[in-house]
Design a protein around this ligand. Structure first.
Ligand code: MEV
Length: 324
């Protein structure tokens, strides 16, 4: 079934944010809690328009890259789909039980790739949103979240579901795998600096390495994962009580545990050290690790000094986000 036609002048636009993991990454894969925060100033935007000329199907344009998905993209049941964009489109079509008319989707992203900021999940979420709207049936968040989770398996192997959830719902979450989403309220807003090492790293590789450690040394690794879970619960309490000094200490402690899980790197450790020396209340890697981004909890009076220290210590970009 083809959806109803709409004029070529109509543009369906949807977007999705980046994310940071405030605490609990990796342990969350093993059913421990974690806290994730959307970064609404860094976004992926997708614009979809109808094109009457040429074959029915979806022309996807992302920067210099252009590709075409034919209208029957959803009917290759026998083929495993290993491409995230194609899988997103296919799952949307299967959910809505329709085929592609002639459409052009333009994807613009401000989120660096392979940097722990959830760019893959944000692209899927924005594309799923814009495409379903263009097909006349905008997906609700729970359905979109299920689709983006399926696509995340391509990027992450065994994702916990935290990245797709924080990105689709775009609100701070206290997340436990396979449990309903919990939100929370910060008693006092706080600022995070997000610093990019400039080194790309694949979450899938880091998650796989932690899995191997877990399997070969369970007696050493399991207590580290539980300790991370415990500190995440304490961090939530600190946020709800406005105790930012405590929150910062817990973040820094979390970084030490992540080092023990072997997912930090020299660049990340250097940026964490620089942020703490410059007065940050806490600092840690964020996301899969091994590269990508770190976060620092800062106060208005030391924000500039911490930012400058991060740049001096090799940060390629420093972003800022206000939580609460
Ligand atoms: C990546 O943002 C967070 C990890 O815990 C992986 C996951 O939860 O799927 C490293």
């Amino acid at each position: 079934m083809y959806p109803e036609a709409f004029p070529e002048s109509v543009v369906f636009t949807a977007s999705a944010p980046a994310k940071v993991i405030l605490c609990g990454e990796h342990a969350v894969v093993y059913n421990q809690p974690a806290i994730a925060i959307p970064v609404s100033d860094l976004r992926v935007t997708v614009r979809i328009q109808r094109h009457q000329s040429g074959a029915p199907g979806l022309r996807l344009i992302a920067g210099d890259l252009e590709r075409f998905l034919p209208s029957n993209v959803s009917f290759h049941e026998e083929q495993a789909v290993t491409d995230a964009l194609e899988l997103t489109v296919r799952l949307v079509l299967e959910t809505l039980k329709c085929s592609l008319p002639g459409l052009t989707a333009t994807i613009e992203s401000q989120i660096p790739v392979a940097s722990g900021l959830g760019s893959g999940a944000a692209v899927s979420a924005a594309l799923g949103r814009a495409l379903s709207a263009a097909l006349g049936n905008p997906l609700d968040n729970p359905t979109l979240n299920t689709i983006v989770y399926e696509v995340e398996k391509i990027h992450h192997g065994t994702p916990s579901g935290i990245d797709n959830t924080v990105i689709v719902y775009e609100q701070p979450i206290f997340f436990v795998r396979n449990h309903p989403i919990q939100t929370f309220t910060a008693a006092a807003p706080f600022t995070l600096l997000i610093a990019d090492t400039g080194r790309g790293a694949l979450t899938k590789v880091a998650v796989g390495d932690v899995r191997r450690l877990y399997e070969t040394e369970p007696e050493r690794i399991k207590p580290i994962l539980s300790a991370i879970g415990d500190l995440v619960t304490l961090a939530r309490g600190a946020i709800e009580n406005g105790d930012l000094t405590r929150l910062g200490a817990l973040m820094t402690q979390n970084h030490a545990y992540l080092q023990q899980l072997t997912v930090s790197s020299d660049e990340l450790d250097q940026l964490v050290r620089a942020a703490l020396d410059a007065g940050a209340l806490g600092a840690k890697l964020s996301g899969g690790g091994r590269g990508g981004n770190m976060i620092a909890l800062v106060m208005p009076e030391n924000k500039s000094a911490v930012r400058a220290a991060l740049v001096r210590s090799g940060a390629k970009y420093v972003y800022e986000t206000l939580v609460g």
